[in-house]
Design a protein around this ligand. Structure first.
Ligand SMILES: [Zn+2]
Length: 161
């Protein structure tokens, strides 16, 4: 099974490429992502988190698995701030300001166009995953000083375990 890449793995800071053809290979990547997400008890995962620089995200908020290919946030409104965690940053939680309501366009694994209108927590989860496709993690929403402190603490803990 694929291991979740942990910060500061450089792949997490790279931009993922758009998927050109939604074929069996894409489905296979999505399956691997879902497996990694579920076995780590996550609610969302982006392809770079298993080391693949393709614009694919998987999300399951308790209503079944959703796979989004080439997701794009078309519109966003309102703002809210909440603590978030990330599978690539074990034991770190930071306050992240995000749009409260978003409109996202994407494709599913069958190549069908998806249009999602989301608000509150689901909107936040999808924004978090789309951030990953641009190489942005939750720690990049806070100051550099705070980020360095948190990462130092995390790495110390990881080494100790
Ligand atoms: Zn994450």
């Amino acid at each position: 099974m694929d291991e979740i890449r942990i910060y500061p793995d450089p792949v997490l800071r790279k931009k993922a490429f758009p998927v050109k053809n939604i074929d069996g290979r894409v489905k296979e990547i999505a399956d691997r992502m879902a497996e990694a997400m579920y076995s780590n008890k996550g609610i969302g995962l982006a392809a770079p988190q298993i080391g693949i620089l393709s614009q694919i995200v998987v999300v399951d908020l308790g209503e079944g698995l959703k796979t989004l290919i080439n997701p794009e946030m078309i519109e966003g409104e309102g703002e809210s701030t909440l603590e978030e965690g990330c599978l690539s940053l074990p034991d770190i939680e930071v306050l992240v300001k995000r749009k409260n309501k978003v409109f996202i366009q994407a494709w599913d694994v069958k190549g069908k166009e998806l249009r999602l209108e989301l608000s509150d927590f689901p909107a936040r989860v999808y924004q978090h995953e789309i951030d990953h496709l641009r190489g942005i993690l939750i720690i990049h929403h806070i100051s550099q000083l705070k980020r360095e402190l948190l990462v130092k603490k995390m790495l110390k803990k990881l080494k100790g375990s």
